[in-house]
Design a protein around this ligand. Structure first.
Ligand code: ZN
Ligand code: ZN
Length: 203
């Protein structure tokens, strides 16, 4: 299916280097880094665009962190993330099986990020996203000059440190999650799904 799409755009020869000749762990590591950098950019975009923010708001409407919070998101979000991630990865020669392994690792880290824990993995916090960091991504109050958001990392925290979007104050107690006017956000699942599609929505 994907090859048909690539063929359609005349892209069958865009494989830039032969990743299959690298050892498996190197391949998975390269894939994780590329996939996560794409995710980090998509996540920033979900916050920046008024239109996409309506979809991403479902994830941010969580008022209490817990393992399940990771799976609270609008289905359109997955379509945006996965197509933007998978197409470039397939173009440089990665297969769906590698993508699955990296995806499962990302799910595990994502679960922990949303767990109500105070972990930060010590010095590894500068590489991996962690519960102590991600809670601030969900904070209702953001610092004055960071209105578009902080800590956009999903699996890796690295990008937020490199591009200076990291924000991790010392204390993590009583962080109120949500967004401005979230008390008006519908609690019903179908209303949340339909909300971004409704005409004349307030932005
Ligand atoms: Zn977000
Ligand atoms: Zn989150």
């Amino acid at each position: 299916m994907l090859h048909d799409v690539l063929d359609f755009f005349g892209m069958e020869n865009v494989i830039a280097f032969e990743v299959q000749s690298f050892p498996v762990w190197t391949q998975l590591l390269i894939m994780l880094i590329i996939a996560d950098f794409i995710q980090w950019n998509v996540h920033r975009w979900l916050h920046k665009s008024n239109f996409l923010w309506k979809f991403h708001q479902v994830h941010h409407s969580v008022k209490e962190m817990g393992f399940g919070a990771q799976f609270r998101f609008h289905f359109v979000e997955t379509i945006v993330y996965k197509s933007l991630q998978y197409i470039p990865l397939a173009m440089i020669g990665f297969g769906i099986k590698d993508f699955f392994v990296v995806h499962m690792f990302a799910v595990l880290v994502g679960h922990l990020n949303h767990a109500n824990l105070r972990w930060d993995y010590g010095p590894l916090r500068y590489i991996f996203n962690n519960p102590k960091m991600h809670i601030w991504h969900h904070s209702r109050e953001l610092p004055e000059n960071r209105r578009n958001g902080v800590n956009f990392g999903l699996t890796l925290s690295l990008w937020d440190y490199i591009f200076r979007t990291a924000y991790v104050p010392d204390f993590t107690d009583d962080v109120e999650t949500g967004f401005e006017n979230d008390e008006e956000f519908p609690e019903n699942f179908w209303q949340q799904v339909k909300l971004p599609f409704r005409a004349g929505r307030n932005s």
